[in-house]
Write a protein that binds this ligand. Structure first.
Ligand code: 5GP
Length: 124
């Protein structure tokens, strides 16, 4: 079910539970600002999710409300995960779904990182 991007943050969303360690994930990276883990239903050879530790519903919420330090920390974490996974060469794709038309299903900001294959056109 796509989410309402204007709804308040829900502490019981699945990524909040992963961040608290209440449910398992295949974690590939963590630092002060973010964690990254493999998507449970991968859409490409490599499909990793990068999630800020802060409580933000979406990219909209994050870009409007997060302090600069937190935005920098998260953006750097996304880049670092891609580099550590060896994706810079040959390349990769980032995606952040926002709200209903964006198809966002989990109401905690996450960036999808796709790679490991030719990814085709931007929108299927
Ligand atoms: P969205 O549509 O919100 O941008 O993407 C949500 C993503 O989270 C989907 O790609 C989905 O496969 C993934 N996902 C949903 N539940 C879980 C989970 O419990 N664990 C992991 N690792 N990924 C999940």
């Amino acid at each position: 079910m796509p989410i309402d991007a204007t709804a308040p943050y829900d502490d019981d969303n699945i990524f909040a539970k992963i961040l608290r360690g209440e449910i398992p994930s295949t974690k590939v990276y963590e630092d002060e600002w973010a964690i990254a883990f493999e998507d449970i239903n991968p859409q490409a050879e490599i499909h990793t999710l990068v999630v800020p530790r802060g409580k933000y519903v979406s990219w909209d919420d994050f870009s409007a409300k997060a302090p600069d330090e937190e935005i920098a920390g998260f953006v750097r974490a996304v880049g670092k995960v891609a580099r550590e996974k060896g994706l810079v060469e040959p390349g990769y794709r980032l995606l952040a779904n926002v709200g209903a038309d964006g198809g966002q299903e989990v109401p905690h900001l996450h960036v999808h990182l796709f790679g490991g294959q030719k990814l085709g056109r931007m929108i299927a």
